[in-house]
Design a protein around this ligand. Sequence first.
Ligand code: PLP
Length: 296
Amino acid sequence: MPLHVLAILNQPSADAAPHDPDAPAFTFADPSQPHLSVMDLGATRGDGIFESISVGSGRAQALEHHLRRFASSAAKLELPAPDLDVWREAILAAIVELEPGAESWVKTVLTRGVEGDGRPTGWVYAAHTADFSAARTEGVRVVTLDRGYRHDVEQTSPWLLAGAKTLSYAVNRAVLREAHRRDADDVIFVSSDGYVLEGPTSSVVFRRGNTLLTPGTGLGILDGTTQANIFRFAETLGLETGFELVTPDELRAADAAWLVSSVRLAAPVRELDGLPLAVDSEFTAALNDYLLALRD
Ligand code: PLP
């Protein structure tokens, strides 16, 4: 069985012409061979969007939420709307090609295509997941970094695309290098007016007493699929859930905090800006067991 799989979409959007009128909706290709044009705007400008989807128990998790977010990111970038039926079919077909039962992930990418061509480029790539057990059990050391935007940037300046999952992740990578320079593993972005936002590839969830909280929506951050699933799980345990805008000091006063995302799942924050934060190992293990066992 291959360890990674690529499906290239012939017509990623019903609003644009297919790449080949006689070809099927998507075709499998060798992921170790080059396929992308050097003139593709996804590569030359980061002009495109993506999703990363966990596959546990052989099933794509939070698939419909991811597809909704994919369509919402496309709308924010004014990309041709993805044909979600074709994307869903390609995602499910790619998963079938992987080793059954192995923890895996799927990435969907839609770019504006080759400059001047007018047809978007789209592909689905699936692979087995790296080992995240240390982050999931021992936790991560996190530093807060200023994102430079106010918490209401999404309303004041929608052209900055805050809250869209774009391919322009150079900043999200740069902040990890800054974290490493500060002897930390990960980052929580803070708005220029002082509120906790999200990680560069994760949502922030924290616990105060019997309530699980997250900063909320409309803050120029992603509407996290993992956070939504964790809240569903918490509610089945009788915990309260809610949205709250907090400062880094208020986050530090929480009983526990996690960076949560597809693929890595729930990583407890064991240190925030150099100060220790309690890790609730039992609850964290329950969260990750729940996330790994999700079947949709
Ligand atoms: N915020 C950002 C910036 C992300 O890149 C991600 C995931 O990649 C998340 C939040 C978490 O989203 P999800 O739980 O849907 O993976």
